[in-house]
Design a protein around this ligand. Structure first.
Ligand SMILES: [Zn+2]
Length: 574
């Protein structure tokens, strides 16, 4: 009895799981969990890592500021539409669940603060009839989301559920539609859903609102899926189970975060996705200096862009943005580490980054080449940015798309086309910067933006100079001549109106001059985002389309030699 009291004291108003409350020993390594501070705070055995499923109250204590959680919608109760009876009646089972958990339903809903940021939350309790979703759960989640829309608050869901509640039949199944509709409304109101998948999350909860989260993370080694191991109709063995580590590798979630890091992680996410409310006037250039762009030949640009010590998009992201939370996966079964992206903070602004990483890719041949999955991820991120009203910044640096047969078979061209369609249609401010190689359609997919910048020595080519030489001369040795003839340099792209601004580079630019180069990009981005945000949205979108429609209409195309002699002096703030 003394031990039980001690547990209750340690957990305040927590209820701990049956496995532990019966013998107080870790079921795996048998240590006394009462003397384990790690277990008492996180529900994880410090000795062997055994993890208990947390109750809703334990989650609230773990995530929210002390005493900040205000429970709402307590009076929504479960109906018994089928008068269901097995060995016990459904009513009896509900009563038992209420008595044993101290909860009124399988989900607790309300408002809470995470490091001072107010959110609406819905937290599942697996000990209440397996966290199953019946009418009351669906209704409470929907009511909470409706409140979030009225109050303009982000929503956090922590799921731990076996799925829809059998005892309510189709009424329970229909909650999948109701809750998903509620998330559609949340997104229409430009508000975010953050999802945490606790162990286990399966069935109708995972297959409805949970999977509509803008950022979806899971616990370590959590069982996640549609069908639980006991009910799977196909390949039905108890050993066939999918854990969070596998679904992360397959692009179905964004990350796995340990319990002890969750609160800090959520604070960062919330800081990066809440609306950009602060209005800033366009900065006055305080220090102007003249920068004369170096006139390079096409081939010089190609070789400089390809230099192995040239900084990658990842290097610039670390240098330019004050925080970056990566989003992973195409939500279609694959993750491509060449296309990286996520939420980031640029000065005072929250933005979405979509970048091609020259060092990403599994082999030397696929290095820097974005796959169909990568472009699908890009489309996903563009949609999230649109929903959350985050300006999009694209970094272009690829020798070309990953055109392996395997990628052809899974729709590479379709994924590039979809990226162009989605980015061209994005309502938010969009900027792209070509950092190094701009290889063909794989690069263009991320260039259809309000503003396009090119670093001084980067290049953009309709196809690789070697590829063009092979087609035209059947000989790759002519690559240099072809590069000089194809109009690939930054200056040539500025002259035809493709590029709005050339961004200077330090002399002999490499990773050693990353800081200086980043400053040029930072200035260009901060000034441009503010000036785009101060424009009327409709006229900005009209101007974006007009730019691409009019490209080439009024350009006086000069000869190659003349173009190369066009060293122009421009004013650039540094
Ligand atoms: Zn243990």
């Amino acid at each position: 009895m003394e031990k039980i009291k001690k547990i209750f004291q340690a957990f305040k108003n927590f209820k701990i799981s049956q496995t532990v409350s019966s013998d107080l020993q870790c079921p795996d390594c048998k240590i006394n969990l009462l003397e384990d501070s790690g277990y008492l705070s996180l529900g994880i055995c410090s000795a062997c890592g055994h993890k208990d499923t947390l109750s809703a109250k334990q989650w609230i204590n773990l995530i929210f500021d002390q005493n900040s959680f205000d429970e709402k919608f307590l009076n929504i109760d479960s109906p018994d539409p089928l008068h269901f009876n097995d060995s016990k009646s459904y009513k009896q089972r509900i009563k038992q669940a209420k008595d044993s958990t101290g909860e009124r339903s399988a989900v607790t809903t309300g408002y809470g603060h995470i490091k001072g940021i107010k959110v609406v939350a819905a937290i599942f309790d697996f000990k209440f009839l397996g966290g199953s979703m019946g009418y009351a759960v669906g209704e409470k989640i929907t009511a909470a989301i409706d409140k979030a829309i009225v109050k303009k608050l982000p929503v956090l869901v922590i799921t731990c559920s076996g799925g829809a509640r059998m005892q309510e039949g189709t009424l329970a199944l229909a909650q999948m539609i109701k809750t998903t509709n509620a998330i559609n409304n949340l997104h229409d109101a430009h508000l975010p859903l953050i999802g945490i998948l606790a162990n286990p999350t399966t069935g109708g909860v995972f297959a409805s609102f949970a999977n509509q989260a803008d950022i979806l993370i899971a616990e370590k080694e959590a069982l996640i899926g549609f069908a639980g191991p006991r009910v799977r109709a196909v390949n039905d063995t108890e050993q066939d189970r999918v854990l969070s580590e596998e679904i992360l590798a397959r692009g179905l979630i964004d990350n796995i975060i340990p319990r002890n890091e969750l609160r800090h992680y959520l604070e960062r996410v919330l800081g990066l996705i809440i609306a950009n409310e602060i209005k800033v006037s366009a900065p006055q250039a305080s220090i102007n200096s003249m920068h004369t762009h170096k006139v390079s030949s096409g081939w010089e640009s190609v070789t400089t862009s390809r230099a192995s010590d040239r900084p990658s998009a990842k290097d610039y992201i670390d240098q330019i943005f004050s925080d970056f939370i990566e989003l992973k996966g195409d939500r279609n079964g694959l993750e491509d580490d060449v296309l990286i992206g996520g939420f980031a903070k640029l000065a005072l602004k929250n933005v979405m980054i979509i970048a091609q990483d020259r060092n990403g890719g599994q082999t030397e041949i696929t290095k820097g080449r974005v796959s169909a999955s990568g472009y699908r991820k890009a489309v996903r991120l563009i949609k999230i940015a649109n929903t959350l009203k985050l300006p999009i910044i694209c970094f272009v640096d690829t020798p070309g798309a990953n055109d392996s047969i395997e990628n052809e078979r899974i729709g590479l061209a379709k994924s590039i086309s979809d990226t162009i369609a989605e980015l061209s249609n994005a309502q938010v401010e969009t900027i792209s910067i070509i950092l190094g190689e701009g290889g063909s359609g794989g690069a263009i997919a991320l260039c259809c933006t309000d503003r396009v910048f090119m670093q001084e020595n980067s290049f953009l080519a309709i196809t690789s100079p070697e590829g063009a030489a092979a087609i035209l001369y059947r000989d790759k040795k002519h690559a240099e001549d072809v590069a000089n003839a194809l109009g690939v340099t930054a200056l040539e792209h500025e002259n035809i109106g493709f590029v709005d601004e050339i961004i200077p580079e330090p002399e002999n630019h490499s990773v050693k001059t990353l800081k200086e180069a980043s400053r040029f990009i930072y200035d260009a981005l901060t000034e441009t985002i503010i000036s785009l945000q101060n424009q009327n949205q409709k006229s900005r979108l009209v101007a974006r389309e007009k730019k691409w429609n009019d490209l080439g209409k009024n350009t006086k195309f000069s000869g190659k030699i003349q173009r190369l002699l066009l060293g122009i002096t421009r004013k650039i703030k540094i």
